[in-house]
Design a protein around this ligand. Sequence first.
Ligand SMILES: [Zn+2]
Ligand SMILES: [Zn+2]
Length: 152
Amino acid sequence: MSKKEKLEIEVEVPSKKIHVEHVFCPKGHQLCDPARKIHGYPAIKLRARHKEQDGIIYLDPIYGSFDHIEEGLDLKEGDLVDFFCPECRVSLKSPEETCKLCSSPMFILYLPKGGIIEGCTKKGCYFHRMKIVDAEEQISRLFENDTLESYL
Ligand SMILES: [Zn+2]
Ligand SMILES: [Zn+2]
């Protein structure tokens, strides 16, 4: 991305009102897996590693809800997890952000139209947030006409 000025806003999303349907790794692989559902929606499938454990974690696609499924891992509260794209294995660790609650690394997922979701990599820490990083035009549209739903 160029160094030109970009707008960045954080959206306060009402918990459990919306779910994400299109979530991507930095290389563009769709991470929502229709084969596994949580609360009736395709779960977000991530490769997860903790020490010698290597498995899959399905995240709840409902924003603000934290039910998830672990496969091949046995994690305890407080364990730190590295997340990777299950397709290309690119790391999903945020290069900059750390958790505001516990200072752990954050993972980052990409939404269509320039939005991102960041979440804490520590099991049991329920910190995540959504950011829309985008052109001014889209931001004003977001507030005027579009519902937030159209960005997910
Ligand atoms: Zn990928
Ligand atoms: Zn945290």
